[in-house]
Design a protein around this ligand. Structure first.
Ligand code: GDP
Ligand code: MG
Length: 197
């Protein structure tokens, strides 16, 4: 897939504010600071279309982007940042679950996990939700460039065993080197083709 055109469409909190189109949609989720904005910017090859920040936890909005006029990317708010107030944290789960269950054009979710961290309760809960609702998802291990090849393999083994997943079922990613970009785009293409079948 070639990404030629990217348009920021809107931000939303509740369903009546979601983008009105029904193009096939892929959403991106992960803990604050996991590298979600950087990953989306790498995919769309824009430096700063999606705000990257070293001050995590500010975005509590669902952001809609239109790709090539016929594909939608959605940046979900990050979760789990300790400094965010309890109130904001309590809003995350219902807001995201509402989006995941209401959005009929949604094809799948891309879940980002920092390769250096073990999956937390949020990730395990989200995976459980996705499995029980039959929602396709991809697991991306971010910031792979921060580890040597040997350490990468060890972390893949550890994370996959905790997620009960085969080691081939995750994609190593780096926004710094673009590692994993083509694989992720291929997988997104597969989700689109699969839906068209
Ligand atoms: N070394 C490295 N740093 C990254 C990578 N992706 C993101 N970062 C850094 O991690 C921090 C958080 O990134 P950001 O994309 O804003 O995370 P978000 O909160 O999940 O959207 C920033 O300082 C980024 O520069 C990566 O692949 N490699
Ligand atoms: Mg972000």
């Amino acid at each position: 897939m070639k990404i030629k055109e990217v348009e920021f469409v809107k931000s939303a909190v509740k369903p009546d504010q979601y983008a009105e189109y029904d193009f096939p949609e892929i959403c991106f989720a992960g803990r604050s600071n996991v590298g979600k904005s950087s990953l989306i910017n790498t995919l769309i090859q824009r430096k700063n279309m999606v705000k990257t920040s070293s001050k995590p936890g500010c975005t509590q909005l669902i952001n809609f982007f239109l790709i090539n006029g016929d594909l939608s990317f959605v940046d979900l708010p990050g979760y789990g940042y300790a400094k965010v107030s309890k109130k904001i944290r309590a809003q995350w789960q219902p807001m995201v679950e509402l989006y995941l269950s209401k959005r009929t054009s949604l094809l799948g979710l891309v879940l980002l996990i920092d390769i250096r961290r073990d999956p937390g309760k949020e990730e395990l809960d989200l995976v459980k939700w996705l499995e029980s609702h039959g929602m396709p998802y991809l697991i991306i291990l971010t910031k792979a460039d921060k580890l040597s090849k040997t350490k990468q393999s060890k972390r893949v083994a550890a994370i996959c065993s905790q997620l009960n997943r085969e080691e081939t079922g995750v994609i190593l990613f780096s926004a710094k080197t673009s590692k994993g970009r083509d694989t992720l785009l291929d997988e997104i293409n597969n989700l689109i083709d699969w839906q068209n079948e």
